[in-house]
Every structure is written in structure tokens, then in C-alpha cells.
Design a protein around this ligand. Structure first.
Ligand code: NDP
Length: 331
């Protein structure tokens, strides 16, 4: 954030320090479909702030596959009503706080995933706009060493990585195979498995040009899925973390008594699927690893995309070839 756009720190009349307009610029769609349903509007209503929420002036946002799957109407049954301002991941500055908010004040730099349940009633007014209203419990203070682009890249993906590893019972000394190690979730799962959980061995899959990245993130073994079939290799793992939708193959390379956690697609026992729950406390817990540099944000080299190029950003993410995270900045 440049000095010119950065709000001044809060004073004793904190709540009134920031002038918030009633309308803002933002991306919105009022029907399900491809990227062309996305419209960039300059008169989106600024969301109101519930007692347990803060209003965040968005500095950077990031895209996730759930954004386009939702836009395509795949979760219609449990989605919030249209029109939708998409976007789960945000990094920005608190400009207003609800009455019950205890731990945040205007001027605080925060990051988080704005929708507690990714598929079940996600926010109608998400992060791809100038302002978004977020429950305090979904946010954490931005790690001091990270810029807003780096911070925005993290929440949904790192919370998925962490929750998946925990649900799989991953712990020190265990081995893990991560299917899709180069995407948003996998690039963080490699790092958490190694740096936070103390893995004995991390293997991960990607195509040829991304193998070096996997190693630089801490993978002991980088498997080129264009040349080798992980199912045919001799190794078995305590945990298989599937971030691509190969659950049926994943269960074949897990050790007896191990677990297979999948993010998408079908799986049979012992494999299981889960949907991430947004929690600011996970981010707070991981902040020391981010601040020490043990865990790093992985930003796709084609990003950030400025806010007026969100359609391009989505088209790129939707190729399924992004490396790390696709970030939108400046907003
Ligand atoms: P990304 O879009 O970031 O993943 C892109 C990466 O996938 C690319 O780097 C690409 O590498 C890699 N890839 C494509 N095909 C393969 C393959 N056959 N084997 C290994 N890697 C491959 O996705 P995310 O990491 O953000 O999300 C992954 C999946 O998990 C999505 O389906 C998403 O919807 C889901 N998800 C589910 C959540 C939940 O709560 N259940 C939460 C978060 C995500 P290359 O170019 O080398 O092929």
C-alpha cells in the first residue's frame, strides 16, 4: 500500500477516522456462468457491518478455484443469493468496527478468508471490491514482514493445507505425498508439512518445469507426473494429500493405517474429503512461521493482476496451470 492510499492510524475517535462511502467499485455477477458474467461496477453498495464484524478497505485480494466453481453455479443449492461480489481472500486495513469487536481497531492491517464456510452461504459481498465486511474471528493481523499481496495470497489455501494435515492426523516423523504440489494449496502444504508438522519425508507431484519449485519449498522427492505414475513407484506414505482429484489412485499408495485427505473429486475409504472452515486463529498460529520466513507466500509470476483485469486473472486461474496463488492488486 502506498503512503498516498494508506489510511492514517486510529485516534481516540477511531470509529470516525475513516470516511466510508456508501457505494464502491467492485466485481459483481447477477447470473451464473463463465467469466463474461463478471461486471466491473462503480456503484456496488458498501456492505453494512454487523456487531461481530469489521469493515476492511481491501488492498489486495486473491482468487481460488472455489470462486469460479461457485460462479459456474456448482454450489447453487447452498450459495447465498445473487448478485454476488466474488472473492474469499483479502488483505487490507480495518476502517470500521462493529460493537462487539474486541481485538481489532481501525488502522489495523489484517488478512483472512471472508467466508467461514466456503460452500455453505458464502459472503454475498466478497473481497473483489473496495470494501468487504468480515467477522473479527475470521481475520488475523497481517504478518509484519509480508506485503499485502503476499498476505492476500495465503488465507484460504494455507487454512486448507493446515486443516487437511490436522484432519489426516499428520505429525512429526511421518511421510506424506502431496498430489499437485505447485498449486495454491499444495505449495503451502509442502511447507507446512516440513516446517510446521516436522515431516520425515515430503513427496509431491507437478509437471516438469515445476519440479525445482517443489524442491525449493521443501519437497524431498519431486515426481514429474508427465513422466512417472506415482502409483507405479515403490513408496507408500503415512498420509496422501490430494489437491487435484486423484482420490482413487491416492488410496493405493497409502500405508496400512494411514490417511488420505482429498480436496476435490471422489474417494473411497480410508480416504475422506472435507471443506475448509475459515478461522483467523489458524492464521495467528502460523504468523510466527511466516514472520521467520520458514513458510513463504508463493505468488504466481503472472500476478498480481490489477483490479480492472480480474476477468483475465480468472481466465488464467481457470486454465489449471497457475503456480502458487493468483493475486489481485491494486484493488
Ligand atoms: P490451483 O489452481 O492453484 O492448482 C493449479 C496447479 O495444478 C498447477 O500448478 C498445475 O501444475 C497443477 N496440476 C494440474 N494437473 C495436475 C496433475 N495431474 N497432477 C499434479 N498437479 C497438477 O488449485 P488450488 O491448489 O487452489 O486448489 C486445488 C484443488 O483443491 C481445486 O480443485 C480446489 O477447488 C480444491 N480446493 C478445495 C478446498 C476444500 O476445502 N475442499 C479448499 C481449497 C481448494 P502443472 O501446470 O504442473 O500441471
Amino acid at each position: 500500500v502506498s503512503a498516498a492510499t494508506s489510511p492514517k492510524p486510529a485516534t481516540e475517535t477511531a470509529v470516525d477516522t475513516f470516511t466510508v462511502p456508501s457505494e464502491m467499485k467492485g466485481w459483481v455477477y447477477d447470473e451464473y456462468g463463465g467469466v463474461d458474467v463478471l461486471k466491473y461496477s462503480s456503484n456496488v453498495t458498501v456492505p453494512s457491518v454487523n456487531d461481530d464484524q469489521v469493515l476492511v478497505k481491501v488492498v489486495a485480494a486473491a482468487l481460488n478455484p472455489v470462486d469460479f466453481k461457485r460462479r459456474l453455479g456448482k454450489f447453487q443449492a447452498t450459495d447465498s443469493a445473487l448478485p454476488t461480489v466474488p472473492g474469499y481472500d483479502v488483505a487490507g486495513v480495518v476502517v470500521k468496527v462493529g460493537k462487539q469487536v474486541k481485538g481489532l481497531k481501525p488502522g489495523d492491517e489484517v488478512y483472512g478468508d471472508v467466508s467461514e464456510k466456503a460452500l455453505d452461504g458464502p459472503k454475498q459481498s466478497g473481497s473483489l471490491a473496495e470494501y468487504t465486511a468480515v467477522e473479527e474471528k475470521l481475520l488475523a493481523l497481517k504478518p509484519k514482514n509480508l506485503d499485502f499481496v503476499q498476505a492476500a495470497s495465503l488465507p484460504l489455501a494455507i487454512e486448507t493445507a493446515y486443516e487437511g494435515l490436522e484432519r489426516a492426523g499428520f505429525s512429526q516423523g511421518k511421510s506424506i505425498l502431496i498430489l499437485n504440489g505447485a498449486g495454491g494449496v499444495g505449495s503451502l502444504t509442502i511447507q507446512l508439512a516440513k516446517q510446521v508438522f516436522g515431516a520425515s519425508k515430503v513427496a509431491a507431484t507437478a509437471s516438469t518445469s515445476k519440479l525445482e519449485l517443489l524442491k525449493s519449498l521443501g519437497a524431498d522427492l519431486a515426481i514429474d507426473y508427465t513422466k512417472e505414475d506415482f502409483e507405479q513407484l515403490p513408496d507408500k506414505y503415512d498420509v496422501v494429500f490430494d489437491a487435484i482429484g486423484q482420490g482413487e489412485k491416492a488410496v493405493k499408495v497409502v500405508k496400512e493405517g494411514g490417511s488420505v485427505v482429498v480436496l476435490t473429486g471422489a474417494v473411497s475409504p480410508p480416504g475422506f474429503r472435507f471443506v475448509v472452515t475459515s478461522t483467523g486463529s489458524t492464521l495467528t498460529k502460523l504468523n510466527p512461521y511466516l514472520e521467520s520466513g520458514k513458510v513463504k507466500a508463493v505468488i504466481d509470476p503472472n500476478s498480481p493482476f490489477p483490479i480492472d483485469r480480474v476477468k483475465e486473472a480468472f481466465s488464467y486461474l481457470e486454465t489449471g496451470r497457475a503456480t502458487g496463488k493468483v493475486v489481485v492488486y491494486p484493488v
